[in-house]
Design a protein around this ligand. Sequence first.
Ligand code: FAD
Ligand code: NAP
Length: 871
Amino acid sequence: MATDIKPDVRSDVDVVVVGAGFAGLYMLHRLRGLGFSTVVLEGADGVGGTWYWNRYPGARCDIMSVDYSYSFDPELEREWQWSEKYATQPEILAYANHVADRYDLRKDIRFATRVERATWDAGARCWRVRTGTGDEITCRFYVMATGCLSLPKSIDIEGADRFGGDIYYTHHWPHEGVDFTAKRVAVIGSGSSGIQSIPIIARQAAQLTVFQRTPNFSRPALNGPAPQAKLDAFKADRDAYRQAARLSQIGVPAPVTMVGAMQVSEQERRAVYEAAWNSGDLLPTTFADMPTSAVSNETFCEFLREKIRSIVKDPATAEALCPTGYYYGTKRPCLDSGYFETFNLPQVRLVDLRRTPITTITETGIQTTAESMEFDAIVFATGFDAMTGAIVAVDINGRDGLPLKQKWAEGPKTYLGLMTVGFPNCFLITGPGSPSVLSNMMVSIEQHVDWVSEAIDYMRRAGLETIEPTATAEAGWVQHVNDCADITLFPQASSWYMGANVPGKPRVFLPYIGGVDRYRKTCDEVVAQGYLGFCFEGASGVACNDGVIRRLQPDVTIVLEVIESLGLPPVESMSPEAARTLFVALATQRPPGPAVGEIVDGALPGAAGELNYRLYRPATAGPHPVVVYYHGGGWVLGGYDSDDPLCRDLCVRSDSIILSVDYRHAPEARFPAAVDDALAALQWVSFHAKALGGRPGPVAVAGWSAGANLATVACRLARDAGGPPVAGQLLIAPVTDADLTRPSYHENGERYVLTSAIMQWFFDHYVDTAGRADPRVAPLRARDLSNLPPATIVTCEFDPLRDEGAAYAEALAAAGVDVKHIKARGHIHSSLTMVDLVISGAPYREQMGEALRRYASAGRAASLVRAASLV
Ligand code: FAD
Ligand code: NAP
């Protein structure tokens, strides 16, 4: 009988674990060590999971064995020696068996026992687990260690059941092996399993025909002894080595680069790619922007295609083997041993299913749209219903009988990939929403097992009975997982990461792409913050610690980390001169922004002397609408240089001339100098729009931060002066008031680059305290906001200025102005200006460009009406 957590609640065991792969084995070991009674239920009649089932010829790991092994016991590490860099399936299976024996795990594993149903019994606060043999086991905690790649995808090719020859599946290979000598063999599928098995089957078979739907990127594994340098590093300090793996991006210690592919010369780029090709490493370090930049990624794709063309002798076959239509890495890349060379053998043929799809499998072979072929054997290497398949294959019913399959009908929803709302005490090992398949899975398995074990242990010590995430925490995590994926190229591919390989499966990016290191930190932080996002139920009732663990956009987080690592002095401790120098120095480090048609620097008359400007003209045929842009910098810092990437971006997106004009800075020229200059510039540009190559009609204004303040103030002053008319105003994170007490100042005033202290410093330099209520400083305080041009106001969630921007949007709307308020979720004051650096800002920048296009077409329509009325 189990050591029940509460004496009044009884169950057969404390924990049921489903699956005896590497996850289930370690879970059992940990729970047993903590004194929890545990039973593991496994459908196979042996341990090893993946390595029990996938016995096809050539099966081996493609993460180096020294990394792809447990780290929880130094003794185990010392006594097990891997024979080569990438161990074969039999060796990895032998390792799993060794682990099972060494820790005497088998006695708590029921083999040949498939779990069919698991139902939460709310009254008894336990799970009722039903097996294929009809047994029912009750448990306090239910752990799905069922594997990400364990449920094969059903064969979705017409006629497959008609074939009279031999059928083999890579995922369910006969234990006794297969002899293909003198056989005509077809292999369908060219993912990792196909790519590993094809060269070996080709050596045996009389004929081998490979049916390829999507070509894959593959590089030589260069298998052999493990690299000496790696072994030395491992043996010298195992703890440090393992810790480096845990704190790495993918669960393998590897150098990190911040360099983008296009930041180096073509020669240097090729050298990096050659090194990657010759590394025999699945995930060599190349360039930082490989997952995010289509242009950079394509350079590697083309390099790899060249390699294929250089290996495969028949040009048509080579071309058919060249992956196109998706970016490198967005479908799982492969390592091979002579895969492309295999297609030079006379008995091997490639059928490109993109040109001639299979129409049916017949009694004797395979028919495509072009021909009928006869075979003795067909090998299906067609993959898995990945990440969710094995979980929802069990009929899991949570609170109020909610079926998990129903809850996940639109795609899986989890908190941290570990739990899902409505299913108390049910844990997922390497579940969707965790790094799992985007990592060395051994590292991710160990991390999850440790986290779950510690959570259950914590509950026992605290006298708690159930744990379940909150809806807010789960929604926040799902959002974060998507935010991370959305800044990469991954969602563009029809991959199994997206569920795209299984007909009818919702297209959702399944794993967490933020990295093993960040993910681990997040899980640890959740615990450190008192299990943030979880509800616990115990004798004294329910206690929820509701909240969202990651709210910033992932690329904004990285920017903040980089800024912090620079250890810069606070701006408010500097002289304006020193702060300006720093501002310029930081600006030179950014990506330049998109190319535009033409850039012209000039000067225009300000209120008290010349003002420099920079004009950005689109590459499209003109004349273009004109936008006067005012840079940010708290009226103290900046210039047209500082906002250059944003202006380029706005120019391209809005198809407008952006004229970015300087204005006099404080403290040398205090208020109202900047306002006077802003109005003078608006007047001059409006008058000279045509001469500047612009389209006749009212100009629009735009600005960021203090520049947005000047833009809207200039609009109002122009209204009061009877002109010039303004087509619209785009105000990005505007300063609209001088009140530093709003909630957004309290929430965001310290951690997100623009701080309350800096705003105070800006105001002190710009204007006397008495002058801060002047509506030319605080446009929100203007008595009359009616008849102002249509406005688009962008506020950022983690900006001290957020609430005053929102208040200004409301005030304008109340005054009858046409206002669009865009709320940039997860962004800080400056992140929308970081073109090509903060990629998650792009959708908002697109909306800004769209607003300017809208103002331009409205302005054009108005001028046409005016012109028509003159005729
Ligand atoms: P699995 O090993 O899949 O074990 C899950 C177990 O659960 C299985 O034994 C299954 O029978 C059992 N099970 C499932 N459902 C039920 C049920 N309802 N009732 C009872 N039992 C059930 N990852 C890497 O990091 N590096 C690699 O090199 C690598 N190579 C791979 C090669 C292949 C061919 C495949 C398919 C995957 C590979 N992977 C690799 C991923 C691999 O799946 C993981 O590394 C790891 O082995 C997963 O362990 P697991 O215990 O989580 O799941
Ligand atoms: P996979 O990568 O999903 O490949 C399946 C292949 O079958 C793809 O080429 C797919 O084409 C094709 N296919 C599927 N249905 C088809 C159909 N109806 N008609 C024609 N072709 C069809 O599966 P896998 O090779 O088994 O690998 C799965 C994952 O397991 C890998 O990505 C990897 O994570 C892991 N794995 C690792 C290793 C290793 O080297 N260590 C080895 C094997 C597996 P489409 O691409 O067009 O869908």
